[in-house]
Ligand binder design. Structure first.
Ligand code: PXG
Length: 434
């Protein structure tokens, strides 16, 4: 492929000039491996982009997608329905904890962020509190690239170019000095949640609609919440009539050895966002799962039944092919017990990844389930360079290790074997030593 042919595609979140000078082309995939254009097999250490835990090119999903494309390839998302959308919504409502019983479909995590926060603001307006509009995010949070995503997210690089976003404020992140190299949940730091009280004192609850957090922050490098932190956020939200939104775009459907972080940590939000793993990455689909009280508020204040209760949605909301892909993907997770497998093997992964402690440049290691973040000592003034160098060297050795900001990230496929864990951890260790 000539260089000029690479110029047309402006690649997302990619160093385009660097990539195009030395492209890393992926042309196939099977199980936990990619096939590259130069004929190599590369272990998929991030399950795509946290999407493909059940492994690549699962025939159960491609068959379901092909059948659906031949039976009903598209149906209008507004004013008409197709049965599979209702079945999938039912299934998600059954899986989700507590009274999270209603599902609004989107196509991505970013659209979930916009949808959840728009609904939160409208909910308070319906409840007679129209001034409750501010959304509280968290430093180092990632909620997508939409205006909502960059407004409520807390990663500097994603915010600095765009100017004024949607009104918001931020909790501090939960990486406490002294908690480096904690295995699983840090035991100290739950009091960081009290900062929400301070933000509420500052802005007043009458101006705050919702708090949005990732239960475990993914993109910023697998930041695991201190034990008790999420429960305390829940308590404070309850006390002040603020909705709690969990962004489970990475944590839902197995990544942390449970269906949801909400169930793993026994803290139930008012709104729970999912995407990515819901279709095993095969087809864009997101879902916003909401408590009864929210759905009911819209139905009850909708006026005459011919009125649209929520003027919001996307052309591809509840796309029939996406729904078919999701059904087949959830079937695989259930039938093969993959979520239990992650739970059973997580302690082994923890032990292996923490063996990198003491390796040159390793400043911190965090982990939960089949996710781990490794913070590296930066070159002076160039925090992102070393992770990129290590990630690219691992790619050459046959391992996809995600690099972003000052960290390396692992999000192993749920089907990873013990031997593969050893190989990828050793590849990182050897690269750092050399
Ligand atoms: N919320 C969370 C928690 C996410 O992780 C989004 C929202 C946005 O989803 P969409 O589908 O609009 O991209 C995400 C996306 C990484 C990485 O390397 C993470 C994401 C995307 C790309 C890379 O950690 N998360």
């Amino acid at each position: 492929m000539g260089k000029s042919q690479l110029d047309a595609f402006w690649m997302p979140y990619t160093a385009n000039r660097h990539f195009k000078a030395n492209p890393r082309m992926i042309v196939g995939a099977e199980g936990a491996y990619y096939l590259t254009q130069d004929g190599r097999r590369v272990f998929d250490g991030l399950s795509g982009l946290w999407t493909t835990g059940a492994g690549h090119c699962r025939s159960e999903i491609s068959n379901a997608v092909a059948l659906q494309l031949n039976a009903l390839d598209y149906s209008p998302a507004f004013q008409f329905g197709h049965p599979l959308a209702f079945s999938l919504a039912d299934r998600l409502a059954d899986m989700a904890p507590d009274s999270l019983n209603h599902v609004f479909f989107t196509n991505s995590g970013s659209e979930c962020t916009d949808t959840a926060t728009k609904i939160a603001r409208a909910y308070w307006r319906l409840a007679g509190s129209p001034s409750k509009t501010k959304i509280i995010g968290r430093v180092k949070g990632y909620h997508g690239a939409s205006w909502g995503g960059i407004s409520f997210g807390g990663i500097t690089a994603n915010k600095k170019l765009w100017g004024q976003g949607v009104e918001s404020d931020y909790l501090r992140h939960t990486m406490l000095p002294g908690n480096e190299f904690t295995r699983g949940l840090p035991q100290s730091g739950a009091e960081l949640a009290n900062e929400l009280e301070e933000l509420i004192m500052l802005h007043d609850a009458s101006n705050i609609a919702a708090v949005i957090v990732e239960p475990i922050a993914g993109s910023a490098g697998v930041i695991v919440p201190p034990a008790g932190y999420l429960a305390r956020l829940r308590e404070i939200c309850d006390r002040h009539d603020v909705l709690l939104i969990f962004d489970e775009v990475i944590t839902a459907f197995g990544r942390i050895g449970d269906w949801f972080a909400a169930s793993a940590f026994n803290v139930v939000p008012d709104i729970l966002n999912v995407a990515k793993q819901i279709t095993n990455g095969t087809f864009p689909l997101g879902a916003v799962i909401l408590k009864d009280k929210i759905y009911t508020a819209f139905m009850e204040s909708g006026g005459d039944s011919h009125n649209v209760e929520l003027p919001h949605g996307y052309t591809y909301s509840s796309h029939p092919v996406a729904c078919a892909a999701a059904m087949a993907s959830l079937d695989i997770l259930e039938r093969e017990g993959l979520i239990d497998r992650v739970k059973q093997m997580a302690p082994m992964f923890e032990t292996k990844v923490h063996q990198l402690k003491g390796t040159p440049y390793v400043k911190d290691i965090r982990n939960y389930g089949f996710a781990a973040g490794i913070t590296l000592d930066p070159y002076p003034g160039e925090p992102t360079r070393r992770p990129m160098e290590v990630g690219l060297a691992c790619w050459e050795k046959g391992f996809y290790v995600r690099f972003a900001g000052d960290t390396l990230q692992l999000g192993l496929p749920f089907i990873t074997t013990e031997a593969e864990m050893d190989l990828i951890v050793n590849a990182i260790g050897d690269t750092l030593k050399s």
